[in-house]
Design a protein. Sequence first.
Length: 293
Amino acid sequence: MESLILAVLSQALLFLPLALGISISYHLLRATDMTLDGSFVLGAGVFAKLLTIGYSPFLALIVALLAGASAGIMVSLIQRDGRVEPLLAGVLATFILTSGNLVIMGRPNINLLTQHTLLSSAFAAGDITGWSLVVVYCALFCVSSYLLLNTRFGLMLRALGDNPHFLQRLSSSVEKYRLAGFAFTNMLAASSGVLTAQLVGYADIGMGLGMTLTGIGAIILGQQVLKIFHPSANLRMTGEFLACLAGVILYFFAMNGLLRLNIDPIYLKMILGLALIFFLRTAAQPSSLRSAM
């Protein structure tokens, strides 16, 4: 049981910054941004490439985060003035990044096991030291995101998602906040890619496949669980962050639990998807039915 908990927590830590980016995009910006799949790989690929050609890990981290933000800027420009739907814009941006990531990396896979990374020295000193540093990095991104979204910037992002016409009436630039919002979420995805590449020891062109859909499923699952305990809760900023954390942990707990039951990995996502559909349909009873019960 202890090994299961450790496996779940380690996977959840690596996935959490990406899940936060997905949550911000999905809830605040009201967009299913498929670009996050590509930005996850972009962050890992840029970081790995810079390390292999001799740059310092700190500089590689900064450039990787800026690369993720640039992917967000790209998808924002594609949907500028509402000419392209957000979902289609994300698909197009991901399509472009598939080739772009391969060009940046130069090959499908970059090995980092022999490279000095941000975490290698800490893990050389011991697993506790290494994982403590992972927690610090993850907490830094998550806490910074929470504080930033509780400022006027976060309020404007929510206004953009809820009612962009109202934002225009406030004489605020819709496109400016759209660009900043997508740059921010894709930067979070890139940060998750950087952490993952260091922990698994490589960056791979296919490592981000299906990440966005997985994250959306986990976030919705977390929301429904939170509503079971607090049915009248208004899931604003704190609730959304808690739902994100709960959903990620539950998702990886279910995945690792199924693996320990010797379920064929081929069927994992199908089983989890069907379970999520059942859970959501059960939780989302019509209000009239609930009142009659």
